[in-house]
Ligand binder design. Structure first.
Ligand code: GLC
Length: 572
């Protein structure tokens, strides 16, 4: 049965999404890792923030080599997370609260434990062979080309039995599906339909811009960094065609909200993916703003982040998507990124101000904001003591690869501790009880020792907390149209400490000014903007992160990590 949506087709433009990494959210069994019931138990907490869409990460049957992004059965729940009844109950409980469920769909690849892959591997003429990408060895017997896995090493795995290589852009146990094969596309349509019939309202499509590979599978000559082959399969030749088919057969008939995760993409492609006229996705995730601390695009090397580049990237995407009619998914954090709080601001002395600054800065932009579990209570990256504390396959691989490339074990451990995805995968800190209220057992990954004072209970009880700051921003998005439709104008003109922008529609103007530094900052609005600032002080401070209530004026003094949002009438 299809959803009988009475809402506007783009209702999600005023929504905020809450991302749940179930393994680290809430354990109800004492096994030490989170489960679906744990999420259901905490729905009122999420609802309290004003959230209307919950994105639940993969809970399908999986060997968990990449924490569920390696799916072995697209139609069943992994017992580690619960049962199908638990899932159905989650859907019901969300509906009761007028909330929506978005689930994660991982169809660039499947686990090598999936029955399709087992069949495919069994012989060259098995009917499932062509579900995956198989190539003969190169002349020297090595891999068919020099493409690298995103998790390190060659992207090709050799199968002794059938004497061919298969492609794995991620872990060795994540085999890339062959979308050229019509049967694979039909399988995807079938599984999407199955979950839509279960009552989910949307899909987050994992690395979906990698599904169409250059059919020639050329070697990468390294002329464009990082030179690992990605230019031959990113936003590939048939990707838009494939997505349009999913839209026509599933997204549109079921009125779904969809977000595509776009790895190393371009603005031009994201406009196409997310402009409603194209009938592809509702919106896209892109990552360029989270690469501003990658020297030369290299994730596994360190440099301080480039503030100007950060502002430039955010602004280019704001302006570009707006002009092209696309729609951004806005985010600072997810399960693949270290915490922005630790990365771009000060997570100790100014933790509270910094978390609010990041929130205000992001939630003033155009797009649909995403809040990743723990962000709303100001969870920082943990302090890592030893490499054995890491669980993530990518981090473990890279620790070894960095040493093979000449780093000392200490240097390699340092780089991993800064870059590891595990930084954001520590259990949610609910209260000051044992194991932060996450589990009664032994947690699958360590708990941050700061939980006695950084936890959800403290945050919910304090009206001035980071949590309530998020709550206000989420509410404003529902109520203040300029947050959705306002034209973006950057105002800071290369200031070394300040990021400032306005959002303008015919009747209202919103202004956001944030000091991303530890020192006080002076900010002069550009001349052509000062005349728009009302002299009678009628610009209303919507939200700030200091006790004083600064008035909007042509020259501002901001304290360390000060950040404010004002609303005023548009003057012409
Ligand atoms: C996406 C997921 C990440 C996963 C990868 C492979 O980037 O967010 O966690 O490892 O895809 O599925």
């Amino acid at each position: 049965m299809k959803n009988e949506e009475k809402r506007a087709p783009d209702w999600w433009r005023t929504s905020t999404v809450y991302q749940v990494y179930p393994k680290s959210f809430k354990d109800t069994t004492g096994r030490g890792s989170g489960d679906i019931r744990g999420l259901t138990e905490k729905l009122d907490y999420i609802k309290g923030l004003g959230i209307d869409i919950v994105w639940l990460q993969p809970v399908y049957v999986s060997p968990q080599n990449d924490n569920g992004y390696d799916v072995a059965d697209y139609y069943n729940i992994d017992p580690a997370y619960g049962t199908m009844e638990d899932f159905e109950q989650l859907v019901q409980e969300l509906k009761k609260r007028n909330m929506h469920l978005m689930i994660d769909i991982v169809v660039n690849h499947s686990s090598t434990e999936h029955p399709w892959f087992k069949e495919a591997k069994s012989s060259r003429d098995n009917p499932y062979r062509d579900y995956y990408i198989w190539k003969d060895p190169a002349e020297d017997g090595g891999p068919p080309n020099n493409w690298q896995s995103k998790f390190g090493g060659s992207a090709w795995q050799y199968d002794e039995g059938t004497k061919q290589y298969y492609l794995t852009l991620y872990d060795k146990t994540q085999a890339d599906l062959n979308w050229e094969n019509e049967k694979v596309r039909q399988e995807v349509i079938d599984l999407l339909t199955f979950w839509a019939d279960k009552g989910v309202s949307g899909f987050r499509m994992d690395v979906i811009n990698l599904i169409s590979k250059d059919p020639a599978f050329p070697n990468d000559d390294g002329s464009v960094p990082p030179g690992d082959g990605r230019k031959f399969y990113t936003d590939g030749p048939r990707v838009h065609e494939y997505i349009k088919e999913l839209n026509e057969k599933v997204f549109r008939p079921y009125h779904l909200v969809t977000v595509g995760e776009m790895s190393s993409t371009t603005l031009e492609h994201c406009i196409r993916y997310s402009n409603p006229k194209e009938n592809e996705f509702s919106m896209t995730f892109s990552f360029h703003h989270l690469k501003v601390d990658y020297p030369n695009g290299q994730k596994w090397e360190l440099k301080p982040y480039d503030f100007e580049e950060l502002k430039q990237v955010l602004s280019d995407w704001q302006v570009g998507m707006q002009q092209g009619g696309g729609w951004n998914a806005l985010f600072w954090n997810n399960h693949d990124q270290p915490r922005a709080l630790s990365r771009f601001t000060n997570d100790s002395e100014y933790r509270n101000e910094s978390a609010k600054l990041l929130a205000t800065t992001l939630h003033g932009l155009q797009g649909t904001p995403y809040v990743y579990q723990g962000e709303e209570i100001g969870m920082p990256d943990p302090k890592w003591n030893d490499i054995s504390e890491f669980r993530d396959v990518e981090s473990r691989n890279m620790y070894n690869i960095l040493q093979q490339k000449g780093k000392t074990p200490e240097e390699a451990a340092h780089i991993v501790s800064v870059r590891s995805r595990d930084n954001s995968r520590l259990p949610m800190m609910w209260d000051d009880s044992d194991q932060a209220g996450f589990t009664t057992g032994t947690p699958w990954i360590k708990i941050d020792e700061r939980y006695p004072f950084i936890n959800a209970k403290v945050q919910v009880e304090d009206p001035d907390s980071i949590y309530h700051h998020y709550r206000k921003l989420i509410e404003y998005r529902k109520k203040i149209p300029v947050l959705t439709d306002g034209k973006y104008v950057r105002l800071d003109e290369g200031h070394k400490q300040i990021y400032a922008y306005a959002r303008i529609n015919a009747s209202e103007t919103l202004v956001v000014v944030s000091n991303f530094s530890q020192e006080e900052a002076r900010f002069d609005f550009p001349k052509n903007f000062t005349e728009k600032i009302p002299e009678d002080g009628s610009a209303k401070l919507l939200i700030g992160n200091t006790e004083d209530q600064p008035e909007l004026s042509p020259i501002m003094k901001l304290p360390p990590y000060g950040s404010y949002m004002w609303l005023m009438k548009t003057t012409h």
